[in-house]
Design a protein around this ligand. Sequence first.
Ligand code: GLN
Length: 505
Amino acid sequence: MSDESIHELSLGELRSALDSAELSAAALTSHYLDRIEALNPLLNCVITLCRESAFSEAEAADKRRAGGAKLGALDGIPLLHKDLFCTDGTRTTCGSRMLSEWVAPYDATVVAKLRQAGAIMLGKTNMDEFAMGSSNEHSYFGLVRNPWDLGKVPGGSSGGSAAAIAARLAPLATGTDTGGSIRQPAAFCGVTGIKPTYGRVSRFGMVAFASSLDQGGLMAPRAADLAAALSIIAGADPHDSTCSNEPVDDYSEALAGATAQLPLKGLKVGLVPQHFDTGLDPAIDDAVQRAKKTLLELGAVAEEVNLERSALTVPTYYVIALAECSSNLSRYDGVRFGHRAKDVGSLDELYERSRAEGFGAEVKRRIMLGTYTLSAGYYDAYYKKAQQLRRLITDDFKQAFHQVDVILAPTTPTPPFNLAERLDDPVTMYLGDIYTCGVNLAGLPAINIPVGHNGDGLPLGAQLIGSHFSESTLLRTAHAFQCATHWHQAVPAVASSRAGTAPRG
Ligand code: GLN
């Protein structure tokens, strides 16, 4: 097998190559580690590289195979974890100075399940500090660049995972999505990313931002790659009481029949007029319309559905998310976790200076805003009202899913923007979450799929949103779409140049 093409293989193809001994897990791991070492100086998408432990995990996988064991879908497959998932023995920084040297004493459930399944951890990916952001410019470890254009943001907060998948530095990466942080960077980097139903995947060992919204998920080039991995990480967890007991589907099985004549026959796809009303970039509008046409050619039928409170999702999300963040981040006091200020004169000074030194500007802004909306005089005006709106927004989605099976929507209002463009304008930055954060408020699953490129060659994304626990339908629809289109196969010039040689672009 030619070394140069390994990273173009799907997870299924890698599985066959490993099973037939055409490829060893050690060779595969070495291939990806070399790619990371060659391209990371340019992209800054990996914070911590686990070269040694990755090789010993790969050797163990090769031994299991040599011993004749029947191997699962991810055994011997390398992956990257967003640096918000706790990893036993490897630092978990959350992109913050506060946790820059913190080593978790246990694995997050997602990490443990993937480890158990034989997956190999290559390293940890960069992210906006504490998952707060949409551009990956808010990281203590520096900004991440978009592999499609090094002058553009990769999106956030899981920007490191998205950039790494786009540049084919791993076949699979984890991410988290509180208001869009899997789907938006996936859209900006031209990869496929799934945000499961709230409670489908355990949050145990995921550093908390906004606990009623946070959900772990996955990114990969293709929906089919995600299906195999989601079956492993989904499911009940005694360590997370908000994790659902709903039985987990075999998501790979759900993909069967995608190449049949009309694989989506009878699927009702909803389009929301409010999404196309104002402010949507024309190239994204076009790409979503073309995606709709493709779905219709595959047998789906389209229908209009209303989400009346669409415009209220951003303010509602930012009140609730920031209130929860101010509460969750109160645990970083310089005593129990992370950064501790030196030479302090009193306990109050220890708290104040540890927090002042440990948190970046965006996190501080959010803690202050969240504290304000929760304060006695303003609670009813902001937090309570936002909770009421959250119910109405959820009801709008419920109503829509009485009519249709999935909603097709733009993932972002604009293509990837320039580095630094929105740094001084947080409101514009927040408004970019208009199409994603309603899904989190309602706890629904959604998947971003690449649907085109704009005139500057930048990737454009659309999302399929489903009712609670409809991951099988979303993956099946995305997979059928990807069997009929080629957008997900496009790789940026930096990734197609050979690892180790000077990249183009
Ligand atoms: N961009 C959103 C925010 O800044 C979403 C973040 C996320 O999903 N973690 O809050």
